[in-house]
Design a protein around this ligand. Structure first.
Ligand code: NIG
Ligand code: FE
Length: 433
């Protein structure tokens, strides 16, 4: 099907996030949204890419010079609305079977997240449900979650394995992610996370499980090119610093860049490990030490913060202000998973980042667009509205960006363009599959 040429006009405000985007944004750079609000600013899109964002006369001239006839141009009127890059979710566990609604009840009756895991529930319960699900079932269940992401304005999602915990079941999860990225409008960027929990069969023998990851899982995943990153749940009672370092080093040797679930529940030195090993991001970081934060700033590790997880587990969120002041680039994510953050509403996560972590309304937008793109190595392709980038664009039902944090808890998405195609219109899914 031939892709159309599209012009978006009349936006009340356009957030381009244009600028020097070779590195993730830090400090003052996290407040620069590249705002365009002159009445005659338009965005031209051709063959799924952004041609130009600029003054109408100039942009139309450029389109004409490309040999595009007026009749083949589709116009979108964004009057009274905010136009911005598609949101990017750089940390999810979206491919899994079943749900764990009953755990909320257990937690309200006093059980903690780690206690539930240690008793064979939590991640291990989802592992049983994921192992029992066929590839087709996993595909169908995940498809619905991706639809919900898309309706909330999320156009790219990182997706981790880690609910298989056998060679075959980890491969199954990653193959489902690969099929989904080909079939669903959302782009999925895959991470291998065999080190998500010690499976029941290896209870009391964590080192043997680490061997299985390094010797059997990693080589297969690298050979089949099923993942870009390797992640580890570095936590007391899960994977130690030493085990995490071994796994991430082996992952690096297999061509997978490290990511870490770091210092989520207890201060472990995960942030320090992320800096030492050259991780692209360290995630969670609720209990990250001052030294760990400094080390991350120096090494340029992105802090992917998940305030929805802190909210859902009823704990204090990460120290975002301290990180930003130290020069750490911050990104935001839902952590979409069945246990600690069952939501696809990245806009609500942005609200929580603002209200619970004191990030400014501008900082949260940088954190969920260009910095999120950097956290998954995709910043050359997505995360801002600049000539040559993929046309993943949102038209939001608000006149300016401040409304997104002020009118909180609401999905403001009106229209979503993915690769230049309208996939959500008036808040409803309209893509053909
Ligand atoms: O990022 N921390 C570990 N993993 C997930 C939770 C997974 C689950 O509970 O199923 C997280 O919070
Ligand atoms: Fe996670």
């Amino acid at each position: 099907m031939k892709k159309k040429t599209t012009i978006i006009r009349n936006a009340s405000q356009i957030l381009t996030l244009a600028g020097d985007n070779r590195k993730p944004r830090t400090r003052e750079g996290m407040r620069d949204l590249g705002i365009r609000e002159e009445k005659d600013t338009v965005i031209a899109i051709h063959q799924g890419k952004i041609v130009q964002v600029g003054k109408e006369a100039q942009v139309l001239q450029a389109v004409k010079e490309m040999g595009i006839a007026d009749e083949s141009i589709q116009e979108i009127d964004a009057s009274g609305k905010l136009v911005m890059p598609g949101l990017i979710d750089p940390h999810t566990h979206v491919v899994f079977g079943g749900s764990r609604e009953y755990e909320l009840e257990l937690r309200m009756n006093g059980a903690t997240y780690l206690e539930i895991l240690q008793q064979g529930g939590g991640i291990l319960a989802t592992t049983r449900m994921t192992r029992a699900a066929s590839e087709e079932e996993l595909f169908a269940q995940t498809w619905k979650r991706l639809d919900s992401f898309l309706q909330h304005g999320v156009t790219t999602v990182e997706a981790k394995s880690g609910y298989g915990l056998t060679v075959d079941d980890e491969l199954k999860q990653l193959r489902v992610a690969k099929k989904l990225t080909q079939a669903h409008p959302i782009d999925l960027i895959s991470t291998f996370m065999g080190a998500h929990a010690i499976p029941a069969e290896y209870k009391g023998q964590p080192d043997q499980y680490v061997e299985l990851i390094i010797n059997d899982m990693l080589p297969r995943i690298a050979a089949e090119e099923l993942a870009v990153f390797c992640d580890v749940f570095c936590e007391h009672g899960v994977f130690s610093i030493e085990q995490s370092e071994r796994i991430l080093t082996a992952g690096k040797q297999a061509g997978l860049r490290p990511k870490i679930h770091a210092d989520e529940i207890e201060p472990m030195g995960g942030a320090e490990l992320a800096a030492r090993i050259g991780a692209i991001s360290a995630d969670h970081l609720l209990k990250a030490s001052d030294a760990g934060i400094e080390a991350m700033a120096k090494a340029g590790v992105v802090a992917t913060l998940l305030p929805g997880t802190a909210f859902f587990l009823m704990t204090a969120p990460a120290r975002a202000r301290r990180m930003i002041e130290a020069g750490v680039p911050v990104a935001l994510s839902t952590d979409r998973n069945p246990g600690s953050s069952p939501t696809e509403n990245l806009q609500l996560i942005m609200n929580l980042a603002c209200l619970n972590m004191k990030m400014t309304p501008a900082e949260v937008i940088v954190a969920a667009t260009i910095n999120a793109a950097h956290a998954i190595g995709e910043a050359e392709r997505v995360g801002s509205l600049e000539a040559g980038k993929q046309a993943d664009i949102l038209i939001m039902n608000v006149p300016t960006y401040q409304h997104l944090q002020y009118h909180y808890g609401v999905n403001h998405t009106d229209t979503v363009l993915k690769n230049g195609e309208v996939v959500v219109e008036g808040g409803k899914l309209v893509y053909e599959s």
